[in-house]
Design a protein around this ligand. Structure first.
Ligand code: NI
Length: 139
């Protein structure tokens, strides 16, 4: 039997949400100095790109059914953040300033428990066409 092939696949989903970069523990002036105009409530068309790695199952030719991955991202992330205010409307984001970096870490935490051990490689959050932040495993 031939050795299984190590492979990566990815699913991209999109959502729209509002946020402001604002630390409630700081004064107005400090927040404005730290975050500039991003202290004002504004919206982004976000995208999230999830990369999973593993071996091809010879029975199906799949690493993972991308429909299943899409459903997982939809259920664990998109359903809670789409058309929401990320500062106030999402209980599992309430302890952090909703930067792209912090979103990537939080989304990783939402998805990781539902995927086979070691298979989640990275979660990348696009805040704009030009900006993304990625959370990935240590390997
Ligand atoms: Ni922003």
């Amino acid at each position: 039997m031939t050795r299984p092939t190590r492979i990566r696949i990815s699913r991209r989903e999109a959502f729209n949400a509002a946020h402001q970069l604002w630390d409630p523990a700081r004064s107005d002036d400090e927040n404005r100095r730290l975050f500039g105009k991003c202290v004002n409530l504004h919206g982004h068309n976000y995208a999230v790109e999830v990369v999973v790695r593993g071996d091809v199952d010879p029975a199906t030719g799949y690493l993972i059914d991308l429909k299943r991955l899409s459903d997982l991202i939809g259920r664990e992330v998109i359903a809670d953040v789409d058309h929401r205010n990320l500062n106030t409307d999402v209980p599992w984001l309430s302890d952090r300033i909703p930067t792209a970096e912090n979103l990537a870490v939080a989304f990783w935490g939402r998805l990781r428990p539902h995927l086979p051990d070691g298979s989640l490689q990275s979660v990348r959050v696009y805040e704009t066409e030009k900006n993304w932040a990625e959370c990935s495993d240590a390997e």
